[in-house]
Write a protein that binds this ligand. Structure first.
Ligand SMILES: [Zn+2]
Length: 86
């Protein structure tokens, strides 16, 4: 196998991107990008699972209300577009 080539390639990548950590970067490294890690949280109103940023998931937990439900609340929840029944 061409280990040497991999090494060269890695060096090249690293030169281009100083943050590049190779293919075996720490798995638990916080994301540098804008993609926040998402966690499924159940909406307390409609009961559907929504993927929300982890911070919100931890902060709101069981009281989480998804954006669709909160928008509905704000617009006067009387006529619901969903067919849910409780
Ligand atoms: Zn909801």
């Amino acid at each position: 196998m061409s280990r040497r080539k991999d090494q060269e390639r890695w060096e090249a990548m690293r030169r281009l991107d100083p943050d590049y950590k190779g293919f075996r970067g720490p798995a638990n490294e916080p994301t540098r990008s804008r993609n926040a890690p998402l966690e499924p949280v159940t909406c307390s109103v409609c009961g559907r699972k929504r993927n929300v940023p982890r911070g919100i998931a931890q902060e709101q937990g069981d009281t989480y209300v998804c954006s669709a439900c909160s928008a509905e609340r704000e617009s006067g929840a009387s006529d619901s577009q969903t067919t849910e029944r409780d």
